[in-house]
Design a binder for this molecule. Structure first.
Ligand code: SF4
Ligand code: SF4
Length: 352
């Protein structure tokens, strides 16, 4: 049972976004407006149907500018709010979440337990196949695809792409999951180009958590003790010594009244899908999924401490120069988005 209010709220938001995206992805190929598909890039008929507009590929310049505006908007949201795309919207994240939900639903007790894994894989294979059909349904009318599939008369290329996307969906989630995010995803690789010194990320508040260590249950949080928060230099020194005991020497044993709020329970590390220890500082491999934040909030609630020892926040200046007040990247992304939107409108109205 979840105890943490923060985790409950974040889970509800992620679930609502995932359900809305899944519904949109699987339903859009079926929807029609004025007798035309609502969204179909019909490659064989060389015609694009977009929410009531119909274009030929050679007249698709407005589409190019619209996609450019969407990319600039993604960069703007990323620099202002962090990797919300990765934690809430990315198909890899959403489908991995579906698979983990299946995992929980098929974790039976008793004699039925041995059927759980097989049932999970059969259900996931069916979802992966339907995902492949739905994806190809954005490029070829889906009614015709289903007809051809059920009459064993599917074209070679359509069959190839359905199988390709079904296998990619299946293997991505079963075998690769977050490895894709860390090592293959281009958006992940260009984060340092998009973000700036004020972009929020999931962080551990060392000034509150350090020095870490187990303690008897029942003492108050540092937020309610005279010790209060540490200064950033001391907190970072404890973090460094905990992360590198071979270089810095092991931390001494602290009395409970000197300990910070981190009980060194390891729940954040256990929850991380790529086994990062967020307490060692922000890593470029962190996909900001928030699993460590959820796990730590639960650990805080069990300890009767306030939640939020790990949370999404902008970096705090640790004794050095604060970041410049003028943020150049958000201005550039906003300008790029507005220019691309104007070009979308201008090119949409231009005679071809
Ligand atoms: S669980 Fe791991 S990947 Fe997810 S936000 Fe925490 S450190 Fe980053
Ligand atoms: S979950 Fe929280 S309390 Fe437990 S080790 Fe991680 S930061 Fe410390």
């Amino acid at each position: 049972m979840s105890l943490s209010q923060g985790k409950r709220a974040r889970t509800a938001l992620r679930t609502a976004v995932a359900l809305a995206l899944l519904a949109a992805f699987y339903l859009l190929p079926w929807l029609r407006l004025d007798g035309q598909p609502i969204l179909l890039l019909d490659l064989s008929a060389r015609r694009f149907h977009l929410f009531g507009y119909s274009l030929q590929p050679e007249n698709a310049l407005p589409l190019f500018w619209l996609v450019t505006a969407a990319a600039a908007l993604l960069c703007l949201v990323t620099v202002m709010c962090g990797r919300l795309w990765c934690s809430h919207v990315c198909p890899q994240t959403v489908l991995t979440r579906v698979f983990r939900t299946l995992d929980q639903l098929t974790a039976f007790d008793g004699p039925a337990a041995r059927f759980g894994p097989a049932l999970r894989h059969v259900l996931w294979a069916a979802i992966a196949l339907w995902t492949g059909i739905s994806f190809v349904g954005y490029f070829s009318p889906i009614g015709g695809l289903i007809h051809d599939l059920t009459h064993f008369s599917l074209g070679m290329w359509e069959g190839f792409w359905i199988v390709f996307y079904a296998l990619a969906t299946w293997a991505n989630v079963v075998y690769l999951h977050e490895q894709v995010c860390s090592h293959l995803c281009p958006y992940s690789r260009v984060q340092h180009l998009i973000t700036d010194a004020r972009t929020p990320t999931v962080r551990y508040i060392a000034a509150r958590g350090e020095p870490r260590g187990p303690r008897p249950h029942g003492g108050p949080s540092v937020l309610h003790r005279s010790r209060g928060l540490l200064d950033p230099v001391t907190a970072n020194d404890y973090v460094f010594r905990a992360a590198h005991p071979a270089i810095a020497g092991a931390l001494p044993k602290f009395n409970p009244e000197h300990l910070g709020d981190c009980t060194d329970c390891g729940a954040c590390l256990q929850a991380c899908p790529i086994r990062l220890d967020i307490r060692n500082g922000h890593s470029s491999h962190c996909i900001e999924c928030g699993a460590c934040e959820d796990a730590c909030d639960e650990a805080m609630v069990l300890q009767h401490f306030p939640e939020g020892l790990i949370r999404r926040m902008a970096p705090e200046p640790d004794g050095g120069q604060p970041p410049p007040a003028l943020r150049v990247k958000p201005l550039l992304f906003t300008a790029a988005m507005l220019v691309a939107l104007v070009l979308t409108i201008v090119t949409a109205g231009a005679p071809y």
